[in-house]
Structures are given as structure tokens and as C-alpha cells.
Design a protein around this ligand. Structure first.
Ligand code: PGA
Length: 248
């Protein structure tokens, strides 16, 4: 069985005041069956590690494909690891859009993440136009083929399905749509990597996950957790989402 994970993606939000939100999170959720991962802006990674409960995992939101060098403003996977991160989000649709990241870029970043012993959370998702023209599964397959490296060390892979039209919009796919995609991703991973890796890879749903819809989403087979944006900024919102996964 894959690990169950609630991952918070703070995006470009948060100065140090936000850290007070997470100090008590693990005390409220001591359940070791659910991993809590917080991905703050890189500037807060070290400090988050200092104030949060030691079992709260931390991650970056992106890394460079190179291990080091003359890349002004960029952050390497090793730097994230040095700041306490165990995970890194890669290929989020906002990075694909804002920075023109291609599947090949994301694949190279994932290799860099693995070299730094980070778990890569590779994000995939279709646009509304692609959903409406029935291209969803084809788009996702192209993203998976192009952005997931062939060699995955130590089961260090997580896939997050995030329909672009559901991110930050309050719109959520139907339960049937989520199930269709998550079953498809599991099957894809089985065919490409075999049962062992596929069976150990958490599949997260992301896009407008809130306290009010989390339980329904987590009840879907092959949904092992969530990548949460807006609702991860307040412990009062994130906490019931974690509770929903504990009870799933
Ligand atoms: P949202 O963002 O929960 O605010 O929709 C999710 C994400 O982009 O990871």
C-alpha cells in the first residue's frame, strides 16, 4: 500500500508569521499512518524545520535540473535537502505556465531530485479545453511519459493529479472523473514500472481540496492523499483535511 500523504503547497505565500500555523499540527495529528508534508517558499524551509514537529516533512516547490553552478536565482535539489527538505514538487502547472517548463525539463529536475535523495512529486493535469475535447487521458499519458524518469530510486516517486481548471477555482472534478484518472495513472505505472513500484507510489489529487470535500475525494480508490494549495495556509483548514485522510 502507498503511504497516505497530505501535502501543503504554500506557493508564493508566507512570511515567517505563517509558521505559527503549523507548530501544533502534528500534536493534533499524531497518527503515524498519514504523512504531513509542507512545501513552503524556499526562504522558510529551514525555519519551518526548526518550529514544526520533527515528524512533519518539508519539501521544496521546484528545483533546478543541475546540481550546482552559475544559475542566478535558482535553487538546487541538494540545497533543498540541505535546508531539511525530503520532497520537492515538480512540474506544477503554474511552473509549466509561468516558466514554460516542458516535460523534458521536469524529467531532468526529477533526476536531480533523486540524485539529492529527495522524493519527487511530479504534477500532471489537463486544461479545461483538453477535458472538454476528451483529450484528458492522452494529455496525462504524454505528461507521464515525458516527465517521469525511467529510473526511480528507492520508490522516491509521488504523482499528483491536478486538473488545471480545478486549481484555486473552487471547481472539483466529479468523483467518477477523479476515479477514472487515478485508476489510469495506477495502470500506467504498473505497465511501465511493474507492480512493486506502482503499488508503492502515492497518487495525490490536487485542486480545490477543502475540508468540505476531502472525505469524498479520499474515499475514491487509488487516491492516497492530496496536494493542497489555498487550504494549506491555515491550520484550521488543513487539519480537517488530514483528519479526513486518517479516517479514509
Ligand atoms: P488549490 O491549489 O488547493 O488552491 O486549488 C492546489 C495546488 O495548486 O497544488
Amino acid at each position: 500500500m502507498p503511504r497516505k500523504i497530505v501535502a501543503g503547497n504554500w506557493k508564493m505565500n508566507g512570511v515567517s508569521g505563517l509558521l505559527t500555523q503549523v507548530v501544533k499540527l502534528k500534536e493534533t495529528h499524531p497518527n503515524p499512518g498519514v504523512d504531513i508534508l509542507l512545501c513552503p517558499p524556499a526562504t522558510l524551509l529551514s525555519r519551518l524545520g526548526e518550529v514544526a514537529h520533527p515528524t512533519i516533512l518539508t519539501g521544496g516547490q521546484d528545483c533546478h535540473a543541475k546540481l550546482n553552478g552559475a544559475h542566478t536565482g535558482d535553487i538546487s535539489a541538494q540545497m533543498l535537502q540541505d535546508a531539511g527538505a525530503s520532497h520537492v514538487i515538480l512540474g506544477h502547472s503554474e511552473r509549466r505556465q509561468d516558466h514554460g517548463e516542458t516535460n523534458a525539463d521536469i524529467c531532468a529536475k526529477a533526476d536531480a531530485a533523486f540524485a539529492a535523495e529527495l522524493t519527487a512529486i511530479i504534477c500532471i493535469g489537463e486544461s479545461l479545453a483538453q477535458r472538454e475535447t476528451g483529450e484528458t487521458l492522452a494529455v496525462l499519458e504524454t505528461q507521464l511519459s515525458g516527465s517521469v524518469p525511467d529510473r526511480i530510486p528507492h520508490q522516491a516517486l509521488i504523482i499528483a493529479y491536478e486538473p488545471i481548471w480545478a486549481i484555486g477555482t473552487g471547481k472539483v472534478p466529479t468523483i467518477e472523473q477523479i476515479k477514472e484518472v487515478h485508476d489510469f495513472i495506477r495502470e500506467y505505472l504498473i505497465n511501465r514500472f511493474g507492480e512493486t513500484l506502482a503499488g508503492a507510489t502515492p497518487l495525490l489529487y490536487g485542486g480545490s481540496v477543502k475540508p468540505g470535500n476531502a472525505a469524498q475525494i479520499f474515499a475514491v480508490e487509488n487516491v492516497d492523499g492530496a496536494l493542497v494549495g489555498g487550504a494549506s495556509l491555515l491550520a484550521a483548514d488543513l487539519s480537517p483535511i488530514i483528519t479526513a485522510l486518517e479516517h479514509a
